[in-house]
Design a protein around this ligand. Structure first.
Ligand code: AMP
Ligand code: ZN
Length: 150
């Protein structure tokens, strides 16, 4: 527990939340700043800032909850589609420095540009300026990343 961390305070019951699910390692609750109706957060109870700092047992526990919560949010909101988003580091959009997965419902036929909760365009707005993976670059990256994986 980090006493200065807002999500640790939620885990400890020092700050209220709209709880959706809890087990020994995981807590899920509604996001107070929703991008769409049903926007939920799934967090490990263990304090880690980034996903790459999270013990595997906690990562596995969070991963096990996501499909179930996805089904429940879809059923409850009537919105079948959703994005899962997990930001690591300020440049990547991380504001709360405790690992969390966003589960963000995406209404049918919605444009990708976003809009307020309840509107057809609500949910995550995604910019996806895709490049092209070149063969040489791919080979070099595979070599480096598989080596780093150990
Ligand atoms: P991120 O930008 O990935 O760090 O997202 C942090 C998220 O936490 C934002 O969507 C906030 O709306 C949400 N948030 C911050 N404080 C609380 C809180 N006390 N209860 C629920 N959600 C929160
Ligand atoms: Zn924390």
């Amino acid at each position: 527990m980090d006493p200065n961390c807002i999500f640790c305070k939620i885990v400890a019951g020092q700050i209220p939340c709209h709880k959706l699910y809890e087990d020994e390692r995981v807590l899920a609750f509604l996001d107070v700043g929703p991008l769409s109706v049903g926007h939920a957060l799934v967090i490990p109870k263990h304090h880690a800032v980034r996903l790459d700092e999270l013990p595997e047992e906690d990562a596995a526990a969070v991963g096990a909850v996501l499909p179930r919560l996805g089904r429940a949010v879809s059923q409850a909101t009537g919105i079948n589609d959703y994005n899962v988003l997990q930001n690591n580091g300020e440049p990547a959009g991380q504001v709360v420095m405790h690992v969390h997965f966003h589960l963000i419902p995406k209404p049918d036929d919605a444009p990708r540009t976003g809009g307020p909760p309840g509107s057809p365009g609500s949910g995550l707005g995604i910019g996806w300026p895709a490049g092209k993976l070149e063969q040489d670059e791919a080979k070099a990256l595979v070599e480096k990343i598989t080596t780093a994986m150990g």
